[in-house]
Write a protein that binds this ligand. Structure first.
Ligand code: ADP
Ligand code: GLC
Length: 492
């Protein structure tokens, strides 16, 4: 099968969150199953800087906001990947520093509607054939609102490939004004509740939902949750109306990059079967040293970690409120890595000042420290209010760092709560709480702290967690099934 993935980010070229990880590892898993998979990204400045001598395949003139853009299709050459990575090069829209979506001061790039409309039009052009190549995709798999208009533009083409649209997070929907809709010159017939109009504006996420042949999200539980008002961000009615066109496929993780046995960021490698206790102890020591806590801290005390975007979704405010109580009542320490809302960043830094030697905070982004936290901590905190899938709890499982999670979305689908029966039948892998309250989070952490003192039970939990099936095989096969179904529906 010839599959083109279109997205606004992909590790290692550019990544702001889990979307980047998925768009890196899903195509590789599909390739391993023998399919011809290719990836297209916008040619952001950082991406261009990170790829070897891209070659120009051709160009198109594509309408933007009140002006047309010359869009150059580049092919980037990456070792060992062959014909794989394509870049949509429009310097006026993508050649700028930093984050793909926001200005360094935190506000959205003002021309985001135009940037991702032009990107989506260019992807639709690729479906007519790549200049100089005999390659027509059978299916285009689009990710998140930035590519929501791809299925819409493709609906105007005949013949066309099948389209699958994956929602990674309903909280980000690419909602723009009616004036933007007009200025972008989108077909007037699309301005209707049946198509892209959403509460008086243009929703690019909705375009993906209504025009794609199949719609997925990244866990079965989230697929159900988003059909309810509590999680649906007002899209619940539309999502419910999709019926069987909507499904949830759980993300996998890249077992090569996230492998404690070979991870080069770690002070000591380990696996479930080899050097697990010694390896974790060494990595904990390393992390405590890095935090500057080596002299002050009780090394036998459990160390808890958090990594993520500092936004309300992740429940970071619950951690900020719960941490002082824990520090006052228990012998625990904590490491936090993240960036996001300035108010949260300031509160966490204040907390670190209030509890010197107990809480280490790194505001910013660091792949290296993320790996070291996964390896060096005992417990990982992920009290997300909602979590479409979540990758960090899976990295934690693989590194034997038991996650404490809220029962929502992919967290509910990947972590088995330690209860009497699950401990006994050796299926327990972490600690789950069911109510979105500080008390419930604290209670789950307390349960973890109690079990931490029972070292044989703790070891068993770590062992089960580390052997959890977290790879892409099953999910990649599910996507293939869906691609086939969508191709069959286009052929009709
Ligand atoms: P989301 O996509 O909602 O942010 P996920 O759990 O799916 O959440 O994925 C987050 C990804 O981003 C993980 O790979 C995580 O390690 C990474 N990440 C988030 N914040 C940071 C950070 N400050 N430094 C390093 N990696 C980070
Ligand atoms: C989004 C979600 C996260 C998910 C990731 C990859 O960023 O917030 O839960 O794991 O996409 O699908």
């Amino acid at each position: 099968m010839k599959i083109l993935l279109a997205a606004s980010e992909a590790f290692p070229f550019i990544k702001t969150g889990g979307l980047g990880d998925v768009v890196h590892s899903l195509p590789l898993a599909l390739k391993q199953l023998g399919h011809d998979v290719r990836l297209v990204l916008p040619a952001y400045r950082d991406v261009l800087a990170g790829v070897e001598s891209p070659t120009e395949l051709g160009s198109w003139m594509i309408p933007g906001m009140k002006r047309s853009h010359k869009v150059i299709l580049l092919q980037a050459h990456q070792n060992g990947l062959g014909d794989y990575l394509y870049l949509i090069h429009v310097p006026a829209l993508f050649d700028r520093p930093g984050n793909p979506y926001v200005h360094e001061e935190g506000y959205d790039w003002p021309d985001n509607a135009e940037r991702f409309t032009v990107f989506s039009r260019a992807v639709a052009e690729m479906a007519r054939g790549l200049p100089g190549k005999k390659w027509l995709p059978d299916v285009i798999h689009c990710h998140d609102w930035q590519t929501g208009l791809v299925p819409a533009f493709l609906s105007l083409q005949q013949p066309r490939p099948a389209t699958v649209f994956t929602i990674h997070n309903l909280a980000y929907d690419g909602h723009f004004s009616q004036q933007n809709f007009i200025d972008l010159g989108l077909p007037a017939s699309w301005w209707s509740v049946e198509y892209v109009e959403f509460y008086g504006g243009l929703s690019m996420l909705k375009a993906g939902m209504v025009f794609a042949d199949r719609v997925t999200t990244v866990s079965p539980t989230y697929a159900k949750e988003i059909c309810t008002p509590a999680f649906g961000y007002r899209y619940e009615g539309i999502l419910r109306s999709l019926g069987t066109k909507l499904s949830g496929i759980l993300n996998g993780i890249d077992l090569t990059i996230w492998n404690p046995e070979t991870d080069t960021y770690l002070a000591k490698n380990y696996s479930a079967k080899k050097q697990c206790t010694a390896g974790k102890a060494k990595n904990k020591q390393f992390l405590l040293n890095r935090a500057g806590f080596n002299k002050t801290v009780d090394k036998t005390a459990p160390l808890m970690g958090f990594i993520g975007r500092l936004v309300e979704q992740k429940g970071i405010d619950m951690i900020i409120r719960t941490a002082p109580v824990l520090f006052e009542t228990s012998n625990v320490n904590m490491v936090i890595l993240g960036s996001g809302h300035m108010a949260y960043e300031a509160e966490i830094q204040q907390l670190a000042e209030d509890y010197p030697g107990r809480l280490y905070v790194h505001i910013g982004y660091s792949e290296e420290l993320a790996h070291q936290i996964e390896a060096g901590c005992d417990i990982f905190l992920m009290p997300s209010r909602f979590e479409p899938c979540g990758l960090n709890q899976m990295y934690s499982l693989r590194y034997g760092t038991l996650p404490v999670v809220h029962h929502t979305g992919g967290l509910a689908d990947t972590v088995t709560d330690a209860q009497i029966d699950t401990i006994k039948n050796k299926t327990a892998t972490g600690f789950v709480f069911y109510h979105e309250t500080d008390e419930a989070l604290r209670e789950a952490i307390q349960r973890a702290l109690v079990l931490y003192t029972q070292s044989s039970v703790w070891k068993q939990l770590c062992h089960t967690a580390m052997l959890s099936p977290l790879g892409w095989e099953r999910s990649a096969a599910e996507y293939l099934k869906l691609y086939r179904l969508s191709m069959a529906s286009v052929a009709k």
